[in-house]
Design a protein around this ligand. Sequence first.
Ligand SMILES: Cc1cc2nc3c(=O)[nH]c(=O)nc-3n(C[C@H](O)[C@H](O)[C@H](O)COP(=O)(O)O)c2cc1C
Length: 189
Amino acid sequence: MLKQLVKATRSVRRFKQDPAPDLACLEELVALARLTPSASNLQPLRYFLVCGAEDRDKVFACVGWAGYLPEWDGPGPEERPTAYIIILSDPKISANPGIDVGLVTQTILLGAREKGFGGCALGSVQRERLQGELGLPSELKIALVIALGAPGEEVQLTEAEGGQIRYWRTEDDVHMVPKRPLDELIIGR
Ligand SMILES: Cc1cc2nc3c(=O)[nH]c(=O)nc-3n(C[C@H](O)[C@H](O)[C@H](O)COP(=O)(O)O)c2cc1C
């Protein structure tokens, strides 16, 4: 059911190292993303797939984790993502690809969840550094990085109270994600 899949598709930041998404799995996720809507059907996005240990280390060194958990240094060596999809845009095709990026990102995360994996969109990226480390074409711009792997943490939704939208971790290490109530979101009917 769609609602269950959407609810289960939480941002995961700690991963088991096995099983790991392989290249074929990442290609299937991009094949899914290919089918999403695109403004003026321009389809300005391109994808760089990362599975190998060396490239994974390069990506990991360039991304930032969980800004609301400053006391947490990010996933430890045994908790790191086992794959990444880097979404790039071609400015010659579109100057404004942001909504396309959002649509493909959620599609990829839903697809990953359906395959038993989890992931996290990462906007906190040292883009120039990553572009250089991986030798990505300079005419493309890194839009977002999606970290992927087998979920190694529990993430639960909760109601946001009093406008408190920062996620936190319980004593049992459950990652809690507050969502604003529906009557705050619908501003008219
Ligand atoms: C565009 C975008 C950028 C994000 N960037 C980061 C990031 O750099 N680092 C991170 O740890 N999480 C990042 N996230 C994950 C959000 O923190 C997460 O979606 C939010 O806490 C809600 O949790 P949920 O995805 O489980 O609903 C990003 C999410 C989106 C949509």
